[in-house]
Design a protein around this ligand. Sequence first.
Ligand code: GLV
Ligand code: MN
Ligand code: MN
Length: 429
Amino acid sequence: MSFQRMWAELLPIGRDAAIGGYRRFSWTPPELECRAWFRDQARRRGLRLEADRNGNLFAWWDAGSGPAVLTGSHLDSVPGGGAFDGPLGVVSALAAIDRLRAEGWTPRRPIGVAVFAEEEGARFGVACLGSRLLTGAIDPARARSLRDGDGRTFGEVIAEHGLDPEAIGPEEDLLGRIGCFVELHIEQGRALHAPVGVASAIIPHGRWRLDFTGRGDHAGTTRLADRRDPMLPFARAVLAARDGAAAHGGVATVGKTAVVPGGVNAIPSRVTAWLDARGPDEEAVRRIVADTLQAARRAGADHGVSVELTEESFTAVVDFDRALRDRLARIVGGPPAADAGTPAPRGAAGGGAGDRPGPHAPDAGTAPILPTGAGHDAGVLAARVPSAMLFVRNPTGVSHAPAEHAEPDDCLAGVAALTAVLKDLAGEE
Ligand code: GLV
Ligand code: MN
Ligand code: MN
């Protein structure tokens, strides 16, 4: 089945009619439909399906022997997400296998296509949950007790879908069968000016929850001097996060809040806000968070509001395997296009977070190599197996939003690049 046909099949699944884009939270009907679609694609191709204990899916082309070459990505989305973040890597992987088979080529090593669970962390709060569990990067007990917006635990939800919550955790046997992982993904940082590039690094990033607790009261009858309004230190914290990001060369976002009780004419009793902070190095990220907390606590003291900070996840810098990354850049390269690898302005790489360099101007015959401010399963896998990423150009740079887009020709260039990469990596003894 062609890339376009697979793409067209996925497009209607999980569209968010209210805000546009997609809402494919893990283990909700749209994401389950995407998983069913993937299973069906694997069956049609005679690929062997394997579901691990953590909700991740693998479709194996069991040819050859030795350590496998794994590719793939994820099918869940952020709320209001674009069509490409995740699915592009899965569809391109299946299309690449079709191309290799159409050529009559046979791999010397197995090739696998992965669909990782809860990559966005949109439902249970921790991004890359499936790959973190697989690799042992999160305590299974903690994962089991993560709650979604309705208060349901990860353990409860996966049990309903046939997984044993007590059995989740690292899968050494599966990891031991993987020689390397290559994830293809839409580029998300306005930094790639060629159809296809190669990732160098993922900048440090994390998520923190801020709980502001005050006292609920009447919006009309409570004098300003008598209020303990948690909205005020919350507002101060949002501005401090922005200032901290600017001061430390990073980025900070408050994209999700919960206000209790949420009445127009009621002073809230509690505001919870989630801070996403990223930066060129760990110290910068820690400083952004510290500045935010300090401003929140000062304003909290002025308004009789307590402020608690909880770290929900932190991911240190990932520098992808240099040999693998350079190999990919050479395979994908060929003579660079006229505009390939035009260096982005300082700070523009990876969505503005930092002092890490923008794309390397490519040597003749290599693809652009660039860092990213977005997290990926490849970054998690990198701790256990040599990993790399291919990026497909995103002409506007918009991502995690309905307007996310890649041109059809660039998507096909991505498929061609991934095909060449799989052929090279799985073609060696
Ligand atoms: C995942 O896409 C992230 O960077 O948050
Ligand atoms: Mn994403
Ligand atoms: Mn993604």
